[in-house]
Design a protein around this ligand. Sequence first.
Ligand code: ATP
Ligand code: MG
Length: 442
Amino acid sequence: MASSDRFLLRLISNRGESTDWPVHCQITFREILEIISNVLPGVTTTAFEYEDEDGDRITVRSDEELKAMIDYHMLNTDSLIKPVQIYPKACRTPRKRNLHGLKVNTKALPVAITELKPKSSKNMYDKISAPPGSLRTILASGQVSHEELQYIEILGHGIGGTVYKCYHTASEKIMAVKVIQLDLTPEVQKQILLELNILFKCESPYIIGFFGAFFLENLISICTEFMDGGSLEIYGAIPEPVLGRISVTVVKGLVYLWQLKIMHRDVKPSNILVNTRGQIKLCDFGVSTQLVNSIATTYVGTNAYMAPERVLGGEYSVRSDVWSLGISVLEMALGRFPYCRENSDSKVFLPIELMQCIVNESPPSLPVEKFSPDFVSFVGTCMQKSIKSRPTPQELMDHPFIVLNNDENVEIVSMWVCRKLEEIRGRSVNVDSPNQCEPMVH
Ligand code: ATP
Ligand code: MG
C-alpha cells in the first residue's frame, strides 16, 4: 500500500500476466470491472477472485464483497507493502458491437454454447440439474415456458446476452429468445417479471411483439417476435428512401412508448429490427428499471449512441432518445460510425475518447452534397447538443423529412431487405451454417 487509503491492485490474467493499478480504498466493484476491461482487452468479466491466507479463492461480485476484500487486506499487515492480487473470472472474448468495432471490451458472453446437437434434441435443460418446479412456475410471466422451446440457432450476441432463434412447440411459432445471465435474488427476479408485464400491453406495429419471460436459475429468457431481417447494424450504408421509412417508424415507436411513459434508453441500429415483409420494429427498450439496472451493474459497457447530457451523467429524457435516433440514422446513412479519428493510425476509439468527442465536439452531420436538405436538417435537428433545443418524438412528427416519408410504404423496405439479405447470404454461404445450440445455466 502506498498510503493508508490507497493500495495497489494487481490484476492477474488466466495466462499469468500481471498488471498493477493503484486504486483508492473507496473504489467500487463496477470501477474495478472497468479497470479489468481496460487492462485486459481480451477479457470480459462479471466477477473476480482473490486469495485468502490459506490460498483459497474468494469470489467478489458486489460492492459488499469488495469491501470485505479490502477490509481483509487492510487488516493484513503484509498488504501494506504487497499488492492485492485479483484474478478476473473471464467470460468469453468480446465481439465487435457495431459496424466499426467502436465498442470495446463490452461483451460478456456468459451463456456457454454446447456442442452441436441433433435437431431431435429438444430440451436445453435436460442435462443440467433441474430447478424446483415451483421456481419455474413462480418465476415466469406469459405463456412461454422453457420446456416448450427448441433452440435452433444463435441470432447474435449483446451485452451479457445471447439471442436465439427458437421454435415454440405449443404455439408452433418461431421466436427470438434473449438469454441473459443475472445473479439476482428471487425477489428481484419477480420484480423484473412484473415490470416486464407491461410489454403485454404494448401493441404497436412499430414495437416488437412480446410473448413472455422466465427465469431459470440465474438466466432470464425474454421471448419476442422473430424478425427475419435481423437488426439494421448488418446492412452497411442504407439508401435515403429506406432510411426515411426507418426514421418514421422509430419516431412513431418512440411516440407510442412515451404515451405509456416508457423511454427507450437504448436506440441504436442493433435495436431496430426489420423483416422481409417490410416491417420495422423497435426492441430492447428499458421497460423494466430493475432489469436495466441489473444489466448495467453486472456488465460493463460503453454506449456510443448516448446523448451528451447522458455522458455527463444528467437525467435521462425522451429527448435523449431523439439524439440516439439522430446518430443511428447518421451512421446508417454513412455506412460508418459518425465519430471517427482523423489523424491517427487507429480509427478505433477508446470509450473515454469517444465520450469526450460527444461532449466537446460539434455534432457530426450528413454531407449536404449527398443527401436531401430535409434529411440533413432532420439529423441536425435530432443531434442538437442542447437538450432544450432538441425536439421530442411527438414534435419530430412535423419535421418535413418525417412528413415526406410517412406513407407506410412497406414495399420499398421489403424489396430492399430481401435484396440485401440475398447479397449477405450469398456472401456467407459455405461459411456460416446454422448452429444448433443451447444456453446453459452456470
Ligand atoms: P445490446 O446488448 O447493447 O442491446 P445488441 O442489441 O447488439 O446489444 P442483443 O440485443 O443481444 O445485442 O441482440 C443481438 C442480435 O440478435 C441483434 O443484433 C440482432 O441481430 C439479433 N436479434 C435480436 N432480437 C432479434 C429478433 N427479435 N429477431 C431477430 N433477430 C434478433
Ligand atoms: Mg439489442
